[in-house]
Write a protein that binds this ligand. Structure first.
Ligand code: BGC
Length: 736
């Protein structure tokens, strides 16, 4: 539709029709009128309101969306189609690894392909908008939503944000519209506790936390979701500074801002609005366009206009942004956008999509430890025993794969059974996932259901006895352990981030057998492996690896794929170190202090400062040597080239992620000890040596100076290059 026509259409809408465009309700409101009675009562709205609602939350499937759209349009006076928005975070039906795993690929080009697949699947299933990417930078593994983030680094996060948006939307929105979230700084919730306060300087906000959202906006992302947290005392959903000053004015974003789930109403609980009327006013004045899942806008906007409390233009502008989005998606021409059963059948879980998911999963897994090169294994050489709650479990897709199906997943046991002879492979579960499943009650499980989960006391005893018996005759024991799906994701904050105790107790007993031990760990966050690094020969961090996770893991175990994943988030020694991240600011008394000794330096009395596994870390089956770091000049005015030689010592091909960090030695404000600026994932043939070069430009060194201008001062810079943020070679130059 032409813009002029759209304007005319908007002018024909009544206030209730306009306001309807700004309301989002979930799928249950769109069932038959009789079935929707409960949800309507709960929200205190009537069918007339539902009939005017502009968008639907988390309802997908071509049959359902087409049916609802058809009915809606048939009964609508204005014929403005519904928008279907859903949480399609790391896969629609073909599930990829959780974003923390995607972060560990250090391969944005590959991740773009994954998001193209996600868009194609989602579009055929009737989704128009996805609430992705989630780009909240996170430095505290207690926060359960680490799962959804690509990690702790502003630069890497921004790279992923860009390709995710590009992959989802396509060049001309032939994919689905992307909604970046949660604006802003949601990942910095104090003490890693979900929905908690965020408070930080504007400098840190801009330097570290905003880069991901900005990259998504620059990539053309169509929507932004507000976050649940406060920033500088004001909840994001009513925060003028974040939404108006930064997002709208500075960044020029004229797309749709949607509140997070019930976040407008929560302005009352936050204590910045006395009631829903005030909450509505704060939110609309901050230019929050759509109210997700409350009746605030439905009930309060019109009276606010009538009473002269807000200008009608505020609402008209919001409506215009929503209509524009619908128009950009082509909904006025085709309200179904090609969603159909046939297209679903063609797209969902195709062999091609599965193959890509397997490749991405293999690149996401991080080999944390490999003593005496216990890995890779040789098929049918050793007697392998697979144990643990994830050994034969289909739930490898994690909490936020809401449209995925665990039944599509092949388990580790099934893959290994296919690959190996029955003499060389045995499986027994050996231990339960958790001691106690009662916390599932919070997620709606009944007492009866909780009782039926897991093993009874006597089953636990016999499971252990069986594992010990089979372990006696095995050469290698593979432990498939990890967090329960419900222990990460939204509202999955934890203060103990070790493997569940029952699993640890089991491993303690099994290691007494003295066999080779390999830990495959499934988790939605960095875990503390201080004990396991001593117990285990090898540790593979496998995240929730997705539909093809088990195949990918087995590819890695046997060396069909050489591990190449690198951590995008530090793994702490202990929870007391949190938050922990490599790019911390310099202190006056660093560990390396020359002026202060012993006690009076910045350190713990009972823990190292460094994490157990640093940012950027990950092993492969190839030893790669780094030599000869050279800078094209000892001075930089505009550009400089850094080169390094990397040499594969092994007989296998590998993928090596070369990382370049800088340190601004003296700034007008304190600067981080290291900052990632460049990286390349380089393929090396067996025994091959390559020279890798990076171009560093003046703009790469920009930061928010003392006066908050984004620029750089002349002076000394250190360049570090290496396989991770700690093991680096260094050189220095002077910026002129
Ligand atoms: C989450 C969002 C999500 C929304 C809609 C909220 O609870 O914070 O990430 O997009 O629900 O499901």
């Amino acid at each position: 539709m032409k813009e002029q026509e759209l304007r005319e259409l908007q002018n024909t809408l009544s206030w209730p029709e306009k306001i309807g465009q700004l309301i989002q309700l979930s799928g249950d409101f769109f069932q038959s009128e009789a079935l929707a009675v409960g949800p309507k009562q709960k929200l205190g709205i009537d069918q007339d309101t539902v009939n005017l609602v502009g968008s639907v939350l988390n309802l997908t499937g071509a049959e359902a969306t087409n049916h609802i759209q058809e009915n809606y349009l048939a009964n609508s006076r204005h014929k403005v189609p519904l928008l279907f928005m859903a949480d399609i975070i790391y896969g629609y039906r073909t599930i990829f690894p959780i974003p923390l795993g995607l972060g560990a690929t250090w391969n944005p080009a590959l991740i773009k392909q994954a998001y193209q697949v996600i868009a194609a699947e989602s579009r055929s299933a009737g989704a128009h908008v996805t609430f992705a990417p989630m780009v909240d930078l996170v430095r505290d593994a207690r926060w359960g939503r680490c799962l959804e983030s690509t990690g702790e680094d502003p630069h890497l996060n921004a790279d992923y944000a860009k390709v995710m948006v590009e992959g989802l939307q396509g060049e001309n929105l032939e994919g689905i519209a992307s909604c970046v979230k949660h604006f802003a700084a949601y990942g910095a919730a104090e003490a890693g506790r979900e929905y908690n306060t965020v408070d930080m300087s504007e400098r840190r906000l801009r330097q570290d936390y905003l880069t991901g959202y900005k990259a998504a906006i620059d990539a053309g992302c169509k929507l932004v979701m507000t976050s649940f947290n406060t920033y500088d005392g004001m909840p994001a959903t009513g925060n003028d500074f974040l939404l108006k000053d930064i997002l709208r004015k500075e960044w020029g974003f004229d797309g749709v801002i949607i509140s997070d789930y019930a976040a407008i109403q929560e302005l009352v609980a936050h204590g910045v609005a006395a009631d829903e009327r005030e909450a509505t006013q704060l939110a609309i004045e901050a230019t929050t366009d759509i109210d997700m899942k409350t009746s605030c806008y439905a009930k309060q906007l019109e009276p606010l206009i009538k009473d002269g409390m807000i200008s009608s233009k505020l609402v008209d502008d919001a409506v215009w942004r929503v209509l524009k989005l619908k128009n950009n998606l082509g909904l006025f021409e085709d309200p179904y956008r090609g969603a159909s059963k046939e297209n679903e059948e063609m797209n969902l879980l195709s062999d091609k999509n599965r193959a890509l998911s397997r490749k991405v999963a293999a690149e996401s897994v991080v080999l944390l430890q490999n003593k005496n090169n216990v890995l890779p294994l040789t098929p049918n050489q050793d007697k392998i025993l697979l144990v643990g709650p994830y050994g034969d479990k289909q739930d490898l897709i994690g909490l936020w794969a809401v449209h995925g199906k665990t039944t599509d997943v092949t388990t580790l046991k099934e893959v290994l059974e296919k690959k190996l002879t029955s003499e060389s492979f045995k499986f027994t579960q050996g231990c339960d996932m958790l001691d106690d499943y009662s916390f599932l009650g919070e997620f709606g499980a009944t007492a009866e259901q909780i009782d039926s989960i897991g093993l009874s006391e006597s089953q636990r005893e016999s499971a252990l006895a069986e594992a010990l018996k089979l372990g006696e005759v095995a050469d290698v024991i593979i432990f498939a352990m990890g967090e329960h799906t419900m222990q990460s994701g939204e509202a999955g904050s934890r203060t103990d981030i070790t493997l569940p105790k029952i699993q640890q107790d089991f491993m303690n007993q099994m290691i007494e057998l003295g066999k080779k031990k390999i830990l495959i760990s499934i988790s939605g966050r960095p875990l503390v492996y201080t004990k396991e690094v001593n117990q285990m020969d090898a540790i593979l961090q496998a995240w929730f690896p997705g539909t093809e996770g088990a195949n990918a893991i087995v590819d890695l175990l046997f060396g069909d794929t050489n591990p190449s994943g690198r951590l995008s988030m530090s793994f702490p020694h202990n929870v007391g170190q949190l938050p922990i991240y490599y790019n911390e600011f310099k202190t006056g008394r660093p560990l390396t202090s020359k002026t202060h000794k012993g006690r009076f330096i910045s350190k713990y009395l009972d823990s190292p400062n460094q994490p157990l596994f640093p940012f950027g870390y990950g092993l492969s089956y190839s030893e790669v040597l780094y030599n000869n770091l050279k800078l094209s000049s000892s001075e930089m005015t505009e550009k400089l080239i850094a080169t390094i030689s990397i040499s594969n010592q092994s007989d296998r091909d590998c993928l090596e992620t070369v990382q370049l960090y800088i340190q601004d030695v003296t700034g007008s404000v304190v600067r981080p000890v290291k900052e990632l600026k460049k990286y390349k994932k380089v393929s090396l043939k067996a025994k091959e040596t390559k020279t890798v070069s990076f171009e560093l430009a003046r703009e790469d060194l920009y930061y928010y100076k003392r006066d908050m201008s984004f620029n750089v001062e002349s002076g000394a810079f250190i360049v570090f290059v290496g396989p991770n943020s700690e093991e680096v070679l260094e050189s220095q130059f002077e910026l002129i």
